[in-house]
Structure formats: structure tokens, C-alpha cells
Design a protein around this ligand. Structure first.
Ligand SMILES: [Zn+2]
Length: 362
């Protein structure tokens, strides 16, 4: 049966808005934001795209049990759009698990270690953003083509992130966060904010290196050297910092590196701040590859897809006996619960063998 037919069929059957309420408490704010985003999206895309976008997650099937003490998403009609607050949230949850598994596997099978590298450049105006990102990507490629880098780097995962500063005046929070910057310019809380309405692209990169990288002087690249190379690749000597650390843990819950790579390219508060800000992000990020797997990491993505890394996945111990079917009713979801048939129970539980979604990320 086609996805939409399934949704139509459900609409006539589903009444109860109390059932499964706790599942939807998490979806509701995203669903609300999706409507706001749809208004902003409208002028950029076709009617077909916008209709898929604004009806995203209009119905769900969740696997559960009679008491509804366990829950797992089974089917939905997600739009998959990268500007959709629901879909980006779900993707980030999945990516934490995937990235963590890729790293565990590369560490164990290939005996590698990881660096976490963050590269930035000065802030730019909205008009300059798309071009700035192009330059940024070219500079990254140049950096990884350098002889001494190429020699020690076996692959990477990189993620583009863009933030924006939309405060007209220096707020207390801003001042606390960028004290040195404001002090240097003699600015205090309440003064006009010099970076108001600017955009700040940066790149988080998990870099695969040999274990020996950390103790062989011939392989090791110091922070000062990374900075020097980055300045030269960006052709910008005003860059004052790079951040580079050894990755201590590949587990999702306590690895900053995993979380930074998995999270959204633009935070919700930034992306949906206003229509003008959304338009800037949209024009700068559309049709762009936001997460890039390269070298050994690319090879391992293929293994992951082919099921060859299943032994690194965490088994899901929950058992499902019921199906919760839910439909969007305009302001909330209505649901009904039914028992799975024997055949469904076997098939669905087998399919739900592994944990595929991590914790929420901000
Ligand atoms: Zn969506």
C-alpha cells in the first residue's frame, strides 16, 4: 500500500487524542515550527515540495506493547527536507548512532585514533555567505591535500555549521560569551553590537589518524602548524584560532565530537529567526552537501549500509506486541492501539533488532 493511502485510511479511524500523548509532546513543538518554516519556504520551492513539507509527519505508526511502556517509530510520512525541523531533528538522532559506530569500528578494526578539528573564519554578511562557504570548502580541500596532512590523515567526517548573530545591542549573555572581544573594542552591555546581522560559518571535522600520530614527532602536527596551514589555505591572516583535540571517547553520550558532527547545520533559533534570516540560510545552504565522509570514513559508511558493522550496534531489548497508529488532527495527534498479528510481530521485532536513534541534541 502506498504511504499516503495508508494515511488516508487512518484518518477515518483515529479518534483518541490522549493515547500516546507523551510521544507527541516531543513532536508538537517541531510540528509548530514546521508550519512557520513552511511559510518561509513557500517562495523558494514548488507547490508539490511545499505540500510534502507542511504535511510532514501527518501520520505515524509506533511499535509498542499493551501498557505502552516501550515505543519505537515504525512508519511515518516524513518529508526528508533539510529545512524541516522535524526531519533534521530525527536525522541528528540517527547520525549520532551512525557516527559513533563508524568510529568504534575504525578504531577496533583499523586500529586508528581521531582528532577533532574545528576551523573557523571571520563573520560575513548575509550577501557574502554563499560565496564564503564556497571558499571555505575549497580551503578545506587544499588543507587536506597538503603533503604533511595527506601523509597522516586516513579519512575524515566533516560538517558545515553556520550561526548568525541577530542581537542589535550587546546583551549580558553575549558580553559574557565574548568578553575579550567586547573589552578589546571598549564595548559594554547595551552598546550597538558590531557583529549584528552577520553569519559565521565553521567546520567541525573528525580526522582519522594512526595511533603513532600522537607520539611520533615526524607525524604530529601542532596546533600552531594547523593554524598556519589554515590561514594560508584560507588566504586570510586575520584568523587567530583553530581548535584541535584528541577524541577521548567515541560513545555518543559523552563525545562532544560525535554530537557536534551529528547536530544541525543551523540551529532552529537561528534558522527560523525571521523570514529574512531564513532566506539567507536557504540560499547559502540549498543543494549543498552539509556532511561529507571521506577516505576511510567513506569506506566505512558503505560497510555500515551493507550491514557489515552490525556487531557494533547496540541490541534493542524491547519487545513489541502492539501498533499505535496516529494521525495529525490540526492541533494534536489522534491515535488508536491495536494488537499485532503473529506474523507482524515476528517481522517487526526482527526489523527492530538494533537501537537506531540516539538522544535529543540541541
Ligand atoms: Zn519533514
Amino acid at each position: 500500500m502506498k504511504k499516503n493511502q495508508e494515511g488516508e485510511l487512518l484518518k477515518s479511524q483515529v479518534k483518541n487524542t490522549e493515547l500516546g500523548k507523551e510521544i507527541f509532546e516531543k513532536y508538537m513543538p517541531k510540528k509548530d515550527l514546521n508550519r512557520k518554516a513552511a511559510d518561509y519556504m513557500e517562495k523558494h520551492v514548488s507547490v508539490k515540495t511545499i505540500s510534502r513539507f507542511e504535511t510532514c509527519s501527518s501520520w505515524f505508526q509506533h511499535l509498542t506493547n499493551k501498557e505502552m511502556s516501550v515505543k519505537r517509530l515504525h512508519k511515518t510520512d516524513a518529508c526528508g527536507n533539510r529545512f524541516c525541523p522535524i526531519c533534521t531533528w530525527k536525522k541528528a538522532k540517527k547520525d549520532t548512532i551512525k557516527i559513533s559506530i563508524l568510529m568504534e569500528a575504525v578504531k577496533e578494526i583499523e586500529g586508528k585514533e581521531f582528532l577533532f578539528l574545528t576551523l573557523t573564519a571571520p563573520s560575513v554578511s548575509g550577501e557574502e555567505l554563499r560565496e564564503e562557504i564556497d571558499q571555505f570548502n575549497q580551503a578545506i580541500n587544499r588543507l587536506f591535500q597538503r603533503r604533511n596532512v595527506k601523509r597522516v590523515v586516513k579519512g575524515y567526517i566533516r560538517k558545515l555549521e553556520v550561526t548568525t548573530d541577530q542581537e542589535k545591542y550587546v546583551t549580558e549573555e553575549l558580553y559574557k560569551r565574548k568578553k575579550d572581544y567586547y573589552d578589546y573594542r571598549g564595548l559594554k552591555v547595551g552598546d550597538p553590537n558590531p557583529t549584528y546581522n552577520t553569519y559565521h560559518p565553521h567546520m567541525h571535522i573528525i580526522v582519522v589518524v594512526n595511533k603513532s600520530y600522537f607520539n611520533m614527532p615526524s607525524e604530529f602536527i601542532s596546533k600552531a602548524e594547523w593554524l598556519g596551514m589554515w590561514r594560508s589555505c584560507m588566504k586570510d591572516n586575520s584568523i587567530t584560532q583553530v581548535d584541535v583535540k584528541k577524541v577521548r571517547s567515541t560513545k555518543t553520550s559523552n563525545s562532544n565530537a560525535v554530537l557536534e558532527i551529528a547536530k544541525y547545520s543551523a540551529k532552529g533559533n537561528d534558522l527560523y529567526h525571521s523570514e529574512a534570516v531564513f532566506d539567507t540560510f536557504y540560499m547559502a545552504l540549498k543543494r549543498r552537501q552539509l556532511i561529507v565522509y571521506s577516505g576511510m570514513m567513506k569506506d566505512y559508511v558503505k560497510k555500515f549500509k551493507d550491514g557489515k558493522l552490525d556487531r557494533f550496534k547496540k541490541e534493542n531489548e524491547d519487545e513489541y506486541t502492539h501498533l499505535l497508529q496516529s494521525v495529525w488532527k490540526g492541533s494534536t495527534y489522534g491515535s488508536k492501539l491495536r494488537e499485532l498479528t503473529q506474523e507482524e510481530m515476528e517481522m517487526y521485532n526482527e526489523r527492530a533488532k538494533f537501537i537506531e536513534e540516539g538522544e535529543d541534541i540541541d
